[in-house]
Design a protein around this ligand. Structure first.
Ligand SMILES: Nc1ncnc2c1ncn2[C@@H]1O[C@H](COP(=O)(O)OP(=O)(O)O)[C@@H](O)[C@H]1O
Ligand SMILES: [Mg+2]
Length: 267
C-alpha cells in the first residue's frame, strides 16, 4: 500500500468476510461517534447492498455515489452527500455492476485510493466493506491505512477470524493492505461464558488486537437504521450510544488521530 494520504488522514476499512457481524453498524456509529467528537469524517459505503446508505436515511441515484466515482462519472466532491457534519459516499445496487465492470476491465487496485486521496478536509475515512473479498473489498483494503475487524463472540466467528487474519497478512505482505489495527467484539455480553472465552481466545491468539471497548447487544442499535439515524441521534442514552462513544475514543487514540479542530455534539 503506497497511498500518500493527506497528513494525518486515516482511512479505516471495516472488514470481515462474514455477513451479519456488525460491519455496517460499526462503520455508521463509529463514524458518527468520531464526527460528534469534532473529527471531520467521511463514511464510505462500499457494499452494493447499500446498508450504510440506508442506515443513515440516504439514497444514491445509480449514476452517483461510489459507483459514479469508480466509473469516472464524477469526482469525490460531487459524489458525496453532506449529512449533518458527517460526509457520506453513498452506494446503490448499481455498485454491483460497477464491481463486475472493474473486475472485467482489470481496473487498477488503487482506483478508490486515488479518489479518496483527493479528499479535502477529512480526518478519518471509514469504509464499510462488503462480505466477500472481491474488487470492492480489495480496493478498500488497498486504500486503507488501518483495518478494523468487527466480529461476533462465537467459536465459528473465531475460526473465520483466523482465516481472515491469514488472508489479510498475505495481502499486507504483497503491499495490497495495511496491517490489522484491531478487532471489535460486537453483540458482546460479559455475563456469557462463551463470550468471555472467545474474547480470551482472540487476546491470546492475536495479542493486542482486541479493543477494550466492546459493543453490547442493544436493541436500539438494531432499530436505529429503520429510522435512518445513527445511534447518537436515535437513542443518545442507550447502551449502544455509550459503547460507540467509548469505541470512538479508543479508536482515535489507537490510530493517533490528530486532535479535532472543533468539538461537535455530545457523544
Ligand atoms: N450490538 C448489536 N445489538 C443489536 N443488534 C445489532 C448489533 N450489531 C448489529 N446488529 C444488527 O445485526 C444485523 C447485522 O448487522 P450489520 O451491521 O448489518 O452486519 P454486517 O454489515 O456485518 O452484515 C443488523 O440488523 C444490525 O442492526
Ligand atoms: Mg453490512
Amino acid at each position: 500500500m503506497d497511498v500518500s494520504t493527506a497528513p494525518g488522514m486515516r482511512i479505516i476499512a471495516c472488514c470481515n468476510h462474514k455477513g451479519g457481524v456488525g460491519k455496517t453498524t460499526c462503520t455508521v456509529n463509529l463514524a458518527a461517534g468520531l464526527s460528534r467528537s469534532g473529527w471531520r469524517v467521511l463514511a464510505v459505503d462500499a457494499d452494493p447492498q447499500a446498508h450504510l446508505t440506508a442506515s443513515l436515511g440516504l439514497a444514491a441515484a445509480p449514476e452517483e455515489g461510489l459507483s459514479g466515482l469508480l466509473d469516472g462519472r464524477c469526482g469525490l466532491a460531487a459524489a458525496l452527500i453532506r449529512d449533518d457534519g458527517l460526509d457520506v459516499l453513498p452506494a446503490s445496487a448499481a455498485l454491483a455492476e460497477t464491481e463486475t465492470r472493474l473486475a472485467a476491465a482489470g481496473a487498477p487496485i488503487g482506483l478508490l485510493a486515488d479518489s479518496l486521496r483527493s479528499s479535502v478536509g477529512h480526518d478519518a475515512v471509514l469504509i464499510d466493506c462488503p462480505p466477500h473479498l472481491g474488487q470492492l473489498a480489495r480496493q478498500a483494503l488497498y486504500a486503507a491505512t488501518d483495518i478494523l475487524i468487527p466480529m461476533t463472540p462465537d467459536f465459528l466467528a473465531m475460526q473465520s477470524l483466523a482465516w481472515l487474519m491469514d488472508t489479510l497478512a498475505e495481502l499486507a505482505a504483497s503491499g495490497d493492505a495495511p496491517a490489522v489495527a484491531g478487532v471489535v467484539l460486537n453483540r458482546y455480553s460479559a455475563q456469557k461464558r462463551l463470550h468471555r472465552e472467545v474474547k480470551t481466545l482472540v487476546e491470546s491468539h492475536f495479542p493486542g488486537m482486541a479493543l477494550t471497548a466492546v459493543i453490547r447487544e442493544n436493541v436500539a442499535l438494531a432499530e436505529a437504521p429503520s429510522f435512518g439515524q445513527d445511534i447518537f441521534r436515535y437513542a443518545p442514552r442507550s447502551a449502544g450510544a455509550a459503547d460507540f462513544a467509548a469505541l470512538a475514543v479508543e479508536t482515535a487514540a489507537r490510530l493517533r488521530l490528530p486532535r479535532p479542530a472543533a468539538a461537535g455534539g455530545n457523544p
